[in-house]
Design a protein around this ligand. Structure first.
Ligand code: SF4
Ligand code: SF4
Length: 225
């Protein structure tokens, strides 16, 4: 095991913490640890009385920012979009721009629920391929380093998606936007990052993503170099 996600008391409730045990730990190791904990169901849930997520949809009407890998996996799993990023986004995402800020999120239906929510049984229709932000959310108390790791991974992945969206815009000469206006955006504001060129979460090392301080907090016990 390269990432340990474990229960710990946070503000008097049963929450969770994350510890990295190896410099080879990947984002997928982190997701595997979280998924194990979700399935065990031993945490205090802040939004509902149940201990497991199955059958609960209380976090499926919120903003779901997407990463470059989420979109690649959705494209593979749903068989949509061919080689065009814009085609995939037009089928399942919204692009909102308030220059220089760009947000690419999963589409919601008229009731505000996620496009991929089965409203009858309240289960996710793409559970195995659900976006990173869904896989990393547990409505339980978390330690500061666990919260920082989550936001670092999600934000870096969304930055790479925005960079790819801008690159396709430069090639095609148009930037499709659902809300706001795509003026004054420059590719130089979105540099390549550890998500660049990666097609799955097992290819990204946590060490490459984390700022030095966060990395040393996460790998405290393991003494990772
Ligand atoms: S994380 Fe979301 S789905 Fe799971 S119990 Fe909490 S609100 Fe429900
Ligand atoms: S992708 Fe699945 S888990 Fe994520 S918000 Fe949509 S229905 Fe919920």
């Amino acid at each position: 095991m390269r990432v340990r996600v474990f229960t710990v008391e946070v503000e008097g409730q049963k929450g969770y913490d994350v510890e990295v045990l190896s410099p080879e730990a990947t984002v997928q190791d982190y997701l595997d640890g979280l998924n194990r904990l979700i399935e065990e169901g031993g945490l205090a849930r802040l939004r509902c009385a149940i201990k497991l997520c199955a059958g609960c949809d209380r976090c499926c009407a919120e903003r779901i920012p997407l990463t470059s890998i989420d979109v690649f996996q959705l494209r593979q799993a749903q068989g949509i979009g061919g080689n065009s990023l814009y085609e995939v986004l037009s089928r399942c995402a919204e692009v909102e721009v308030e220059s220089p800020w760009v947000d690419i999120t999963l589409s919601r239906d008229g009731s505000g629920a996620c496009l991929f929510l089965n409203k009858e049984n309240r289960h996710c229709k793409i559970y195995a391929h659900r976006p990173l932000v869904c896989q990393t959310f547990i409505c339980s108390p978390a330690t500061e380093r666990a919260k920082s790791l989550r936001s670092t991974v999600v934000n870096t992945g969304e930055d790479e998606l925005v960079r790819l969206w801008l690159m396709e815009g430069m090639l095609t000469g148009s930037l499709p936007v659902n809300k706001g206006g795509a003026k004054d955006l420059s590719l130089t504001d979105w540099e390549e990052n550890p998500f660049t060129g990666k097609l799955n979460y097992g290819q990204i090392l946590l060490k490459d993503l984390c700022p030095e301080k966060l990395w040393s907090e996460l790998s405290l016990q393991a003494n990772c170099p």
